[in-house]
Design a protein around this ligand. Sequence first.
Ligand SMILES: O=C(O)CCC(=O)C(=O)O
Ligand SMILES: [Fe+2]
Length: 222
Amino acid sequence: MPHHRPATPPALNEDALTRLVDALVEKGWFVGERFIDAELCQALRDELWTLSANQALTEAGIGRGARYRLRRDVRGDAIHWLDRESQAQRRYLAVMETLQQQINRALYLGLFEFEAHFAHYPPGAFYKTHLDSFQGRANRIVSTVLYLNPDWPADGGGEMAIYASDDADRELARVLPEAGTFVCFLSDRVPHAVLPTRHPRASIAGWFRRNASLAGLVDPAR
Ligand SMILES: O=C(O)CCC(=O)C(=O)O
Ligand SMILES: [Fe+2]
């Protein structure tokens, strides 16, 4: 019988996972370089450029459901939701599934679902300082970003700036969008921004969710 290699993800490094969970508990955010292997990042990046060339990206807006609006003065990326269409997507989603289990085991957050989109920030684009969800009505609990840009130049802009939860003017970290770098943070606590980029910038932004009902309505995912 032929032996098929299952489409399992590269095992997440135990050490990196421990550091991630500890950082989430201690300060609410984590940055890991070389967190996801270069080969998977390359495949995801190729897929994003193909989507872009095929005009399969949509300009991103802000707000969910009926309140969704295009706001180029707030964010300038174009996105495509992951839909398990490719092997690379399935591998990445499998890694996120493992991460979800680990976070639930360690932090009892009750994460039950992951949604994510590719994002392309063309030169000049940015995303102003924001929170990914609001306290009390948060169904996005933990935010993630994986960067897909090999050899990002130090002066290329496009860094993610992370700010203090009690003072959104106090910058705590600036992260280059280098391929393999993975950022993870509590969605309702960590203000962050994408600084204007000077080069096309590729990433995957994702959110672990918990179901939340608002006024008896099921909270829409997007
Ligand atoms: O790409 C990034 O560095 C962050 C993107 C972001 O904040 C978002 O999509 O909510
Ligand atoms: Fe965000």
